[in-house]
Design a protein around this ligand. Structure first.
Ligand SMILES: [Zn+2]
Ligand SMILES: [Zn+2]
Length: 360
């Protein structure tokens, strides 16, 4: 990794004032846990950094959640430069709606905070849990995938969760890709070790890893964390090993150890993984539940906070009995909102969703 890349990404550990999570009490409706089963890597080892898929050897950006046509499609890795080579088999249906122009909504509209993508203490200090955002770089999504005439630069964000039982790392950054993918997305990586160091910890301090999904821009640092349990959904791991989803060397590396969940699971007390399929079938979010406010690490459940906001408003309208037509929302949103989140954080958006009002 080029030093220049890292130099472009300041190590500003500048916690913002953590406010706005006052007087929050209670979380409702926590039910339906399914078992978590351990699964160690089959020992296939690394792929040597070359092409990653079995079979056709082609990856294609996912094309969004077919069940939710009103939601702009998600397009992170697996990454395939569609503009640079002939069409190849798609891995998922094309979007039925173009991406909304304009990208992010402002923090003001969201009720969140405007902030750069520096490392930040976010989410709050909640009992014995704190959340710190890690800036792991960015990539340039080409115009062909933004639904606009312009490319868009998107951050790559991970989250470090300090819990009484240890440190959880939610996502690990952009992994090594092939030349084609590199040229297509032009990622600028910040070394995971550097980001952790800025947060005062080392790779060896990480207890467990949770990946929202296994596209290469989310699990790139996993090989540096061999031996640590990696919590994933069964469907996601199956997809990752099925070819055309990610790069093999990021999945089956020495010491790879997976804790495979088929549905919800409480990883540690107050720490839940909740399936949030759409971007990928095995996508999951992490819920950090504390007495003074729940924080959700939503990964790429939505590309940007504004999309999450739109959906939760659609749900609100539905629950209020607003007459049709009202837009649909993803079923798992009911489950996430059961936790009464005070903040929802994302993998590719520095904006943070907060509810329109806090309870007193
Ligand atoms: Zn993805
Ligand atoms: Zn992504």
């Amino acid at each position: 990794m080029a030093g220049a890349d890292r130099a472009a990404l300041p190590d500003g550990a500048a916690p913002w004032g953590v406010t706005g999570v006052t007087g929050v009490t209670g979380v409702t409706g926590v039910t339906g846990v399914t078992g978590v089963t351990g699964a160690r890597s089959g020992g296939r080892g690394t792929s040597g950094g070359g092409m990653r898929e079995r079979g056709h050897g082609v990856t294609s950006p996912p094309r969004g959640d077919p069940s939710m046509p009103q939601v702009p499609a998600s397009h992170c890795a697996p990454l395939r430069p569609t503009a640079l080579r002939p069409p190849a088999p798609r891995l998922s249906p094309p979007p039925s709606a173009a991406r909304e122009p304009g990208g992010l909504l402002s923090a003001d509209r969201l009720g969140g905070r405007a902030a750069g993508c520096q490392d930040d203490a976010v989410g709050n200090t909640m009992g014995n849990v704190t959340v710190r955002r890690l800036d792991l770089g960015y990539f340039v999504r080409p115009a062909s995938e933004t639904g606009t005439s312009q490319p868009r630069v998107e951050p790559v964000l991970a989250y470090l969760v300090r819990h009484g039982k240890g440190l959880i790392l939610f996502d690990t950054g952009v992994g090594d890709a092939d030349a084609e993918t590199e040229a297509h997305y032009r990622p600028r990586r910040r070394a995971l070790e550097d980001a952790l160091s800025a947060a005062g910890v080392g790779l060896d301090d990480i207890s467990v890893v949770v990946n929202c999904h296994l596209h290469f821009d989310h699990c790139g640092g996993n090989p540096f964390l061999g031996g640590r349990p990696v919590f994933v959904q069964e469907a996601e791991l199956e997809a990752a090993r099925g070819g055309g989803h990610t790069f093999d060397h990021l999945i089956d590396f020495p010491g790879a150890t997976y804790e495979v969940a088929a549905g919800e699971a409480e990883v540690w007390p107050g720490v839940w993984i909740i399936p949030t399929p759409g971007h990928t079938q095995g996508h999951q979010s992490l819920v950090l539940r504390q007495d003074d406010g729940t924080v959700v690490l939503a990964g790429q459940a939505h590309d940007v906070a504004s999309h999450f906001d739109s959906e939760q408003l659609a749900r609100r309208a539905a629950l209020d009995g607003v007459e049709e037509p009202v837009p649909p929302y993803r079923p798992w949103l009911d489950r996430l909102m059961d936790f009464d989140p005070r903040r929802v954080l994302f993998a590719h958006d520095c904006s943070i969703w907060e509810p329109p009002q806090t309870r007193s």
